[in-house]
Design a binder for this molecule. Sequence first.
Ligand code: NAD
Ligand code: UDX
Length: 473
Amino acid sequence: MQIKSICCIGAGYVGGPTMSVIAKKCPEVRVTVVDINEARIDAWNDKNYNSLPVFEPGLAEIVAEVRGENLFFSTKVDKAIEEADMIFISVNTPTKTYGKGKGMAADLKYIELCARQIAKVAKRDKIVVEKSTLPVRTASAIKDILDNTGNGVQFQILSNPEFLAEGTAIQDLLNPDRVLIGGDISNKKGEEAINALVEIYGKWVPKEKILTTNVWSSELSKLTANAFLAQRVSSINAMSEICEKTGADIYEVSRAIGMDSRIGSKFLNASVGFGGSCFQKDILNLVYIAKSYGLNEVADYWEQVIIMNDHQKNRFSDNIVSTLYNTVSGKKIAFLGWAFKKNTNDTRESAAIKVADNLLSEQANLAIYDPKVKEKQIYFDIENLESRPISENKKYLKVFEDPYKAMENTHGIAILTEWDEFKEYDWEKVYQQMNKPAFLFDGRGILDKKEMERIGFVYYKIGLGDESNTSLK
Ligand code: NAD
Ligand code: UDX
């Protein structure tokens, strides 16, 4: 079975970059990415490549190369479904905000809508690929809908979870650690569908890196991978608090344990807490699945990863308040970074939002600077904070395009995202412009303590305790 035409439903952080890379690597395949969000599609079609809705290093160059050749962005969902041999579903699967499973289970309404629309439109056999992250056994619900509401055509369902991380999406897609494809290996049609997708990835991914499994293993592997990764961050963050109390240094501890090849050195950076649209949502989903099978110990085990992460964000803001003499009311505090990590404009679940909420509750004035996040997005993010309604919070939170202006006349600066440019700032100049004592809270551990103290800052680095505590007296 040779795939000539692909449709991807959902032009978001996954659909856009993933399909751009497929289009680049498979010039003979026509790839159409569709979305109901017209503004998003317009932005993908913008002549100015700096206006694409997703910022990822290397993405604009690929879009410039293939858009209009074999990559298309459109709002005509039915047409794209009809024309496609293979349809990727890459829509959002957020945590449910209502009804049973509220605050935990994945909301599958967008997935179901896609399945119903595919069933309604498809007039010939199709392969449907789950690209979204889904609870284990969702494929059977999708198949049920397709088979019961369709026009009598055959559907093969594959699970092909996406492992890209934002900020490195293009590199991750071009050189993935592995590609995972789950399918119905018990019948010939299922095998043919798997092979068709293997052929697509085989254009640039070595065959030994393309894993094929049963559907349930594939669905569950995605939740498992995210749970393990998030657990590592919560583990190192838990140790960062012990370091601060004992005089151990989390950067030395990370290095020491990371050299153990069984542990490995990646993903051991202590931080102000993990964010992003995936980790929390997927762990909550896993916790919900475990609970629904009555596996309460399993559920509690994974829930602790989230509890630790919430604690890390809260203790960062608590530390700012207590260091600034137990009051930040009326004091100007600058945030460097709003995105949930560097090299992305995505702010979903960013630690900065929670830290801002906590400080706004204490009546601080916040000055925000992020190199890639727009003011409109930041105001959108503070719409539903616990501290105050946005109409009030807007008076206390200002967004700056110039980092030096943001940091002028502040009592404190908090680093929330590890953008490289922060390391290059003229910190002497920043210090001169601040109220004294000048407090600097490095939630990403990117600056040099000795240098910052030499300049005159009172410098707090996550995971580093009081220096007087480190000698063997
Ligand atoms: P996103 O919110 O950026 O994009 C989803 C898009 O789907 C939106 O533009 C939305 O308008 C569109 N959409 C929703 N329903 C639709 C419908 N019925 N028809 C057409 N379009 C529709 O989400 P995302 O970050 O791209 O994530 C998508 C999925 O991929 C999620 O399940 C997520 O868990 C998973 N995932 C995300 C990442 C990541 O880094 N963001 C990584 C791996 C997996
Ligand atoms: C994650 C997974 O890595 C990816 O495989 C999956 O497809 C989607 O979810 P993403 O959320 O985009 O990717 O970024 P990631 O690099 O995993 O970072 C997540 C959060 O953890 C960020 O806030 C990051 O700053 C934080 N983090 C990561 C740390 O605090 N310390 C680390 O050592 C690593």
